[in-house]
Design a protein around this ligand. Structure first.
Ligand code: NAD
Length: 506
């Protein structure tokens, strides 16, 4: 079997060497996880919640170890690595507390079928194939795994080729907290392993990654009609209104553009600033951005990009903008030395034809565009194939909410950005080519269950009024129902009711 090597982005040293699993190995994992899932799904909801709480406690106990692994695999600063642990813990806590009552199912209305009861049960899919990216390997991986487990599924996890150890520690944590072997297994390898997983008989694919790969996954899953949840790329916009608190907006912009070295799917990648406050905003951004320290040292605020391909992408967007007339006010270059560091970069005089405004940059770059009005900002913010998150910055709550309603995104924030992912109860996901389906919240739970309707009779009649009646095709009954339930006035409804009763008593 071919092997895959993971390198520490900060030092270039090898941190993992794993096999690249192919179709046979992945099918084997699906089979063993399916056997484990059958046992797991028999556990009561209360027992599953207790197991998830045990998992949460072991994640908390091993927080430093987990963050250390995230740091050596991704080059993040330790604080950001630990924030992944915080997000995962909150998600597990939410799942343990809220999933059991949601999973009880619900009763449903019975329409005109009066002597019935009906409802919905939320059954597990079976085995979820989780394919995850490198940028939030633990928060996303554990989020999908935890939600899948809460709903009674097993998981075959295919972590990114850059973060194999993080994938393995997720499986290890589950294995130690829940006494069922192979409930979560790890398919080690690259994109070819992910492709093998889609055709390996999983019941649903939960994919988080780029829009380009998401399209391939959907096409491949179409072959077997395997359902997919797609959490894809973004190009988040922030709109700064004339009445915004400029200091707060500027600080927020710098944080949300450079946090995680800009490698967050909902990083601020475009700022649209109304003309009258544009100069003040740019000045405030520059003051804040100059404070941001990027290095491999512990006190750095921003870490390394993941790998050389990211450095090339970020630099090419900056160079493309410069060649088309944009001005780089700060940064604009890779930092030489070990690691894949890029200077925090602020660009102005940008237009909507530039790569930096159209494609996901996924780096520490903040392009700022002057706009004549809020309407122009809304139009430009929506002028993209993406639709993950967006934010509006204004002191006028009513106006901000109006603008928020016009933004075609999965989540909109007012005077804030990025933080929504830390709210385990808030559904997260995209519009347009940022994907579909949700993680987090009750809407996220829904993705990992198969709703099954059920109907029961209550009176055990020998014959139902709508069953075959000699000499009738059922028009009388249908007309009686229309009159009884939808008739224009009381006499018609009463007449319909009487005809219906006669049909029942016949
Ligand atoms: P990617 O699409 O390159 O890879 C994601 C995963 O897909 C990896 O595990 C990879 O091995 C696998 N893969 C690659 N080709 C495949 C194929 N043909 N079939 C099956 N699996 C395949 O993404 P990435 O570079 O790891 O992550 C960065 C991207 O993820 C960015 O676009 C970012 O915006 C996005 N992202 C989105 C969210 C979200 O929730 N919307 C969250 C984090 C990251």
């Amino acid at each position: 079997m071919d092997r895959l090597t993971c390198l520490n982005p900060l030092t270039g040293q090898q941190v993992a060497d794993v096999p690249i699993m192919g179709t046979d190995e992945v099918r084997g994992l699906v089979a063993s996880t399916r056997a484990a899932q059958e046992e797991w799904s028999q556990r009561s909801l209360a027992q599953r919640a207790r197991d998830l709480q045990r998992l949460r406690r072991s994640v908390a106990d091993r927080a430093d170890e987990i963050a250390g692994i995230i740091r050596v695999e991704t080059g993040k600063v330790l604080g950001e690595a630990l924030s992944e642990v915080v997000i995962a813990l909150d998600t597990l806590d939410f799942l343990a507390r809220k999933a059991p009552s949601f999973l009880l199912g619900r009763r449903a209305g019975i329409g005109w079928l009066y002597q019935r009861r009906a409802g919905v049960s939320y059954d597990p899919w079976g085995v979820i194939g989780a394919i995850t990216p490198w940028n939030y390997p633990f928060a996303i991986g554990m989020g999908v795994v935890g939600t899948s487990l809460a709903c009674g599924n097993g998981v075959v996890l295919k972590p990114s080729e850059y973060t194999q150890l993080t994938g393995e520690i997720i499986a290890d944590l589950v294995g130690k907290a829940i006494d069922i072997e192979n409930l979560v297994t790890v398919a080690t390898g690259d994109g070819s392993t992910g492709a093998a997983l889609i055709g390996a008989g999983v019941d649903k694919i939960a994919f988080t990654g780029s829009t380009t790969t998401g399209k391939k996954i959907m096409a491949a899953a179409a072959e077997s009609l395997t359902p997919v949840v797609l959490e894809l790329g973004g190009k988040d916009a922030m709109i700064v209104c004339a009445d915004a608190d400029i200091e707060r907006a500027a600080r927020g912009a710098v944080w949300a553009a450079f946090y995680g070295c800009g490698q967050v799917c909902m990083s601020v990648e475009r700022a649209y600033v109304v003309d009258s406050v544009y100069d003040d905003f740019v000045e405030a951004v520059m003051a804040e951005a100059r404070r941001v320290r990027t290095s491999d040292e512990d006190e750095a605020m921003v870490g390394s990009l993941i790998a050389p391909f990211q450095l090339e992408r970020v630099d090419s967007h900056v160079k493309d903008a410069q060649a088309a007339g944009a001005r780089v006010l700060l940064g604009g270059r890779p930092i030489t030395g070990p690691g894949h560091f890029y200077q925090p970069t602020v660009i102005v005089d940008v237009d909507h034809e530039m790569d930096v405004m159209r494609h996901e940059t996924f780096g520490p770059v903040l392009p700022i565009m002057r706009v004549a009005s809020e309407d122009e900002a809304i139009r430009l913010a929506n002028d993209t194939i993406f639709g993950l998150d967006a934010s509006v910055w204004s002191r006028d709550r009513k106006k901000a909410r109006r603008i928020a309603r016009e933004l075609e995104v999965g989540t909109v924030l007012i005077n804030d950005h990025l933080v929504n992912y830390a709210m385990a109860e808030l559904p997260f996901g995209g519009a347009r080519q940022s994907g579909f389906g949700r993680v987090h919240g009750l809407e996220g739970l829904r993705e990992f269950v198969r709703p099954k309707g059920w109907v029961e009779d209550r009176l055990a009649l020998k014959r139902e009024p709508h069953w075959f009646v000699e000499g009738s095709g059922g028009e009388d009954l249908a007309k009686a129902l229309i009159d009884f339930r939808h008739g224009p006035n009381l006499p018609r409804r009463l007449s319909g009711g009487l005809r219906l009763l006669r049909g029942v008593l016949r």
